[in-house]
Write a protein that binds this ligand. Structure first.
Ligand SMILES: Cc1cc2nc3c(=O)[nH]c(=O)nc-3n(C[C@H](O)[C@H](O)[C@H](O)COP(=O)(O)OP(=O)(O)OC[C@H]3O[C@@H](n4cnc5c(N)ncnc54)[C@H](O)[C@@H]3O)c2cc1C
Length: 505
């Protein structure tokens, strides 16, 4: 018999419910762009979960059958291990559209993984791996199977040093792993904005990129090898400074997004902590000037982020009408940089000194402020969601010569859509993660619409199409998850199918 059972309220926005907003953010500019009050009183970020669970299905997933001693059937646990942090999921949840919820959550110890995968295969149960749950692409959504489970990796939390290599349990969060490294005077050098919540194996599986990638590299540069547990056995990479021994576990783990096995251990390079960091901030007259100037550099600061004029205006509105802001406005006006684009640079070398062409140096405060708040900035989106808005980000990688054209195409596409949907909203962008060949362009947009999910889907589709038509990639670092996988060409889809584990596909 199926019983409806009301289980209460679950917070679905990013981060902690109490850390909900953006102290100091001036909402005036947002209100005028969106034509709405931004005071967070439309939605509290919680969802009422009324479930209709089938207890028989759950009984079948017990410790004896799966080989995992710790299993949760608690509705709120199952719910929160079935959703990630993508805007599509949040938008649907805000409209009370509840996605498929897993039948059970397994919390395996490392020693239970092999048996569990084999058992799940024999039982015909499909599984989704849940790391930090910060996926923004529907990566932790449930499979459309009769019986499905979530495998939570939070018990995979070991950390040990093997010479200069950190051997890290895949379920450790970035924050925990970096703390362990820091206790030894080292750093992993990997700082995604989701650093507090995302897991080390999650980074590998989504091909993530940290904010200091210019210095330390992207995830593929930092990982020497992995252990990956599949239903047909475990692949353990041999760990040497480099090797040339055929296809590795690392090769099938990178970008696997939970399909090719459970990444149980990650062998991470470490670095000595940098003694000195130099902070500087600049202004460019326009985004095209900024792209052109940076494209000519041979080396880049550890962090270099350049905002377009709208992102700059919103960022500076945080300074309100302070004396410092007035002085800055005056200075920029006199130098012809009014309505320009702010760049912040953090460097342990001297690459920041090369940013001279077309740029005006200003106080280093914006760079320092950015660093101080860098893991809290996503919480600004919570205030917008709570004010009834839809917020999303999409990012791409593009060569220097096509970057500005792509930027314009995305903005024009977005503005045309606003007009055709007859709604208010805005889009802004910044450039980050520079390479000799090109950069990442990161777009954030907000919509004020009563048709949240419907419009979000339309805008996402058109923006991604604009990326692809302009020579950009599907993603630079968020991955594709379930939401963008439909854009893959046939050869890549086939490759993914070939590598996929039957339990996870
Ligand atoms: C506010 C915010 C900021 C973000 N900033 C960045 C950023 O700066 N850079 C960046 O690259 N990304 C960023 N992201 C995206 C996200 O944090 C990354 O994709 C991250 O790598 C996901 O890690 P996770 O542990 O949360 O994975 P999850 O969300 O749990 O899972 C993501 C995918 O990895 C799979 N997976 C998880 N653990 C394992 C495992 N042990 N073995 C195999 N597969 C596994 C899952 O099945 C899923 O397909 C951000 C997300 C948010 C919400």
């Amino acid at each position: 018999m199926i019983n409806p059972k009301h289980v209460g309220r679950i917070y679905v926005l990013y981060g902690d419910p109490v850390a909900h907003n953006s102290q100091g953010l001036s909402v005036d500019s947002l209100q005028s762009l969106l034509g709405a009050r931004i005071n967070g009183d439309v939605w509290d970020g919680y969802v009422d979960f009324t479930e209709r669970a089938d207890p028989d299905n759950q009984k079948f997933i017990d410790s004896e059958n799966t080989g995992v001693s710790d299993i949760s059937y608690e509705p709120n646990v199952r719910f929160s291990k079935s959703v990630g942090k993508s805007s599509l999921e949040i938008s649907m949840l805000s409209e009370n559209k509840i996605p498929k919820v897993t039948d059970a959550v397994l919390f395996p110890e490392e020693a239970e993984l092999e048996k569990m995968m084999l058992n799940l295969k024999n039982l015909g149960i499909k599984a989704t791996i849940f790391g930090g749950g910060s996926s923004v692409t529907g990566g932790v959504s449930q499979k459309p199977a009769d019986t499905s489970v979530s495998i939570d990796t939070s018990k995979l939390k070991s950390f040990e040093m093997n010479n200069r290599i950190a051997v890290i349990g895949g379920g450790m969060t970035g924050f925990q792993a970096e703390n362990e490294a820091a206790r030894r005077g080292l750093t992993l050098g990997f700082f995604p904005e989701s650093f507090m919540h995302s897991s080390v194996a999650g980074w590998v599986s989504t091909m993530a990129s940290g904010q200091e990638s210019n210095r330390y590299g992207d995830i593929e540069d930092l990982v020497l090898g992995v252990e990956i547990v599949r239903s047909d056995g475990t692949i353990r990479d041999s760990i040497t400074p480099r090797n040339s021994i055929g296809v590795s576990g690392k090769a099938i783990a990178l970008g696997s997004e939970g399909r090719n096995g459970i990444i149980s251990k990650v062998y991470f390079k470490t670095h000595k902590k940098t003694e000195e960091r130099k902070y500087s901030s600049f202004f460019f007259k326009s985004f095209s000037d900024a792209i052109e100037s940076v494209s000519k550099l041979d080396t880049f600061p550890d962090v270099l982020r350049i905002s377009d004029s709208l992102e700059t205006e919103i960022a500076l509105s945080e300074a309100g009408s302070s004396v410092m802001k007035k002085v800055l406005d005056k200075y920029l006006g006199v130098r012809g940089f009014k309505s320009g684009c702010i760049a912040i640079a953090i460097d342990s070398g001297n690459s920041y000194k090369n940013i001279r062409e077309n740029a005006a140096k200003i106080s280093s405060t914006p760079a320092k402020m950015w660093e101080m708040t860098r893991f809290e900035r996503p919480l600004v989106a919570n205030l917008l969601w709570k004010s009834g808005m839809v917020v999303d980000t999409l990012e791409t990688s593009v060569s220097w010569e096509k970057a500005f054209e792509l930027y314009l195409k995305v903005k024009n596409t977005f503005n045309e859509l606003l007009a055709s949907c007859n709604i208010k909203g805005f889009i802004m962008s910044h450039m980050s993660h520079q390479y000799r060949e090109g950069c990442c362009l990161y777009f954030s947009f907000v919509l004020n619409t009563p048709k949240k999910t419907e419009h979000l889907q339309v805008f996402r589709k058109e923006i991604v199409s604009a990326f692809l038509k302009s020579g950009g990639s599907l993603s630079h670092h968020h991955g594709i998850g379930t939401q963008l996988s439909g854009y893959l060409d046939e050869s890549h889809t086939r490759l993914m199918e070939m590598l996929a584990d039957p339990v996870l596909s």
